[in-house]
Design a protein around this ligand. Structure first.
Ligand code: MV4
Length: 449
């Protein structure tokens, strides 16, 4: 196992990674920006190094500065967390070139799955069901309209270098598509430096289900079942849970096998997630693969008892997986809510100082946060300030506990989405599990107009 690991991230995920490293006796090296001098991850790491200005491009995305700290501190490996450099193939390659282990898959696999058209093609070839659509770049609006008429409206226009819903638009008819095409192309170009668009049929009344996989460096792997992430708003997930209540046991098994097959086919190594849509007839379709540890990984940890960060570290240290598929079970139910420092009406980030913070504690509550009383939410980074994960033997118990925990959660000084979370957790749609992706698409459009 490594003796020193550098964590190239900030906030709750940096703290989460530090915690597992400490338990495994690994020395932790934090990096921080000008704005994060007083951040908790800086205090909790064994050592911390300043890498640049507040803007992520000057610090957390500053590859050279991070590599320099790794070399100086003799860190043998870098954990990228999520976001930031976690799916940056160039960074993974740079680590490799410098003789530092990037805790994640190879640069080649990151690149392959980062190109969503390429990912569709690869999965199609392996025999994995993909969403009906095209697996080649759309050249112009005319071609898009021709293709849309073959696929059948509504269609989803997507950016090939996008993912996570950014640069995605639902289109209902020819005229709308003509209007949408160029704007989306430009947006994709400015966001991802790649204006390539593709198109899929919209799967209606679907659920957004993702399968967690773990593969070691010997090509052996397991899946850790699914998470249901259907509750999203403006491409931000709000509530995630495991298991998914909609899946029948046969389909759950098929999806697990599919995820293993997909990961094997691309020579995947480390933790990864296969995102799917599951329609009302329990048909599932591959959407994309995320080649990182995800924000919502704790719900999987809670129901399987496996520490995903520990497994990531062991895999990167070339240890074989210490369990097989038969050892992994879904026990109980876990729900995660994300607490954002944002205005509940406009959804704009709400930076400022947290003057008071009181979070519920109980054996069945797990709190992953980047802040404490007195912390400052700066405008430079993602406005997610914490995640709360509740566990119960059943979904009903977990929801009851979630509602009670949200009632006692107190944040003062900044605006947050707590009221929205309370509303969601108490809604009958959530209780009955009837929330599908289009429920939120409609709701989202309503809010925008
Ligand atoms: C879709 C879809 C329906 N049809 N693609 C959202 C995250 C990103 N990885 C893909 N997403 C979706 N892709 C097709 N062909 C529905 C979603 C989706 C969604 C869309 C809008 C608002 C909320 C959503 C929640 C989950 C999934």
């Amino acid at each position: 196992m490594f003796q020193h690991v550098l964590i190239a991230n900030r906030g709750e995920i940096a703290r989460r990674i530090i915690r597992t490293c400490k338990r495994l006796g690994i020395q932790t090296v934090a990096v921080y920006s000008e704005a994060d001098k007083n951040a908790l991850h800086v205090k909790e790491a064994d050592e911390a190094h300043h890498i640049g200005g507040a803007k992520v491009s000057d610090s957390y995305l500053n590859m050279e500065a991070i590599i320099e700290v790794a070399k100086k501190t003799k860190a043998e490996a870098i954990h990228p967390g999520y976001g930031l450099l976690s799916e940056n193939a160039e960074f993974a390659a740079l680590c490799h070139h410098e003789g530092i282990t990037f805790i994640g898959p190879s640069a080649q696999v990151i690149k392959q799955m980062g190109n969503k058209i390429e990912a569709r093609k690869t999965m199609e070839q392996v025999g994995i069901p993909i969403v009906p659509g095209i697996s080649a770049p759309l050249h112009d609006a005319e071609e898009a309209v021709r293709r849309a008429n073959m696929i059948g409206y509504p269609v989803m226009l997507k950016a090939s270098s996008g993912g996570g819903g950014i640069g995605m638009q639902l289109v209902r008819h020819d005229e709308e598509l003509y209007r949408a095409f160029e704007g989306n192309q430009k947006r994709a170009q400015s966001f991802f430096n790649d204006g390539t668009l593709y198109m899929e049929k919209v799967i209606e009344h679907a659920r957004h289900i993702e399968i967690q996989v773990l593969f070691d460096s010997f090509g052996h792997g397991v899946h850790l079942f699914e998470r249901d992430c259907s509750l999203q708003r403006r491409h931000q997930k709000i509530i995630e849970e495991a298991p998914a209540i909609c899946l029948d046991e046969v389909v759950r098994h098929q999806m697990g096998q599919m995820a293993i097959q997909a990961a094997k086919a691309i020579g995947y190594e480390n933790a990864g997630t296969i995102e799917c849509l599951v329609d009302q007839d329990q048909q599932f379709y591959f959407l994309e693969m995320n080649t990182r540890l995800q924000v919502e990984h704790p719900v999987t940890e809670e129901i399987t008892g496996i520490d995903l960060v520990e497994e990531q570290l062991k895999i990167a240290a070339l240890e074989p997986l210490s369990f097989t598929q038969e050892d992994i079970h879904q026990i109980g139910h876990a729900i995660e809510v994300r607490i954002y420092a944002e205005d509940p009406v406009t959804f704009y980030p709400s930076p400022g100082t947290i003057t008071h913070l009181s979070t519920p504690t109980a054996p069945y509550i797990r709190h992953e946060s980047s802040v404490s009383s007195g912390s400052v939410m700066t405008p430079y980074y993602d406005p997610m300030m914490a995640k709360m994960i509740v566990y119960g033997d059943t979904r009903e118990i977990a929801i009851k506990r979630l509602k009670a925990a949200l009632q006692t959660y107190e944040i003062e000084g900044i605006k947050t989405n707590l009221s929205l979370l309370r509303e969601m957790a108490s809604s009958s749609a959530f209780l009955h599990g009837s929330i599908t992706t289009d429920f939120l698409m409609k709701e989202r459009e309503g809010k925008r107009s």
